[in-house]
Write a new protein. Structure first.
Length: 156
């Protein structure tokens, strides 16, 4: 039992310091899975959309991208300032609602006809293709540099 006598009043201060020292960084908070929400947010904020075609439960490079890039603190800070991240997930084991799958398939028909996974597409808020970003197991810093180049110049 945590009592005031046991911690001499330091327990609440410890909790406050822990929360401030370790803010919650969860990629799920930044990932949007609803395309309508993603593009309306992009239109409202003027941010570009990073559309990630993923196979979250079967695609090894997709899982690597999530662990290496999406969970990286530097990338999360960069993305929160510059991007709306939309994940179009095509899992084999997990079920997703049919309406969402239909919407993802429409996006795939337009921006991932080759069926590549992961496929990283940078789109304007009005859903215009700005570029396709390569992912070759680079570091988060290298990926941020590539995204920044597309945002600034529209080129790799």
């Amino acid at each position: 039992m945590f009592t005031k006598a046991r911690f001499n009043g330091r327990f609440p201060a410890f909790l406050i310091l822990a929360v401030l020292a370790f803010p919650p960084y969860a990629p799920a908070q930044q990932l949007i899975r609803d395309p309508n929400l993603a593009f309306s947010t992009a239109a409202r904020t003027g941010k570009d959309v990073l559309l990630i075609f993923s196979g979250s439960d079967w695609c090894i490079p997709c899982i690597r991208f999530e662990k290496k890039i999406l969970t990286d603190t530097a990338f999360q800070l960069f993305a929160s300032a510059k991007l709306i991240i939309l994940e179009a997930d095509f899992p084999q084991q997990k079920k997703i609602p049919d309406s969402l799958r239909t919407t993802y398939e429409a996006l795939a028909a337009k921006f991932n006809a080759e069926g590549e996974f992961p496929r990283l597409v940078l789109l304007s808020p009005d859903i215009r293709l700005l570029g396709t970003l390569p992912y070759s197991d680079q570091s988060a810093t290298e990926f941020i540099t590539a995204v920044t180049a597309y945002i600034l110049t529209g080129e790799k």
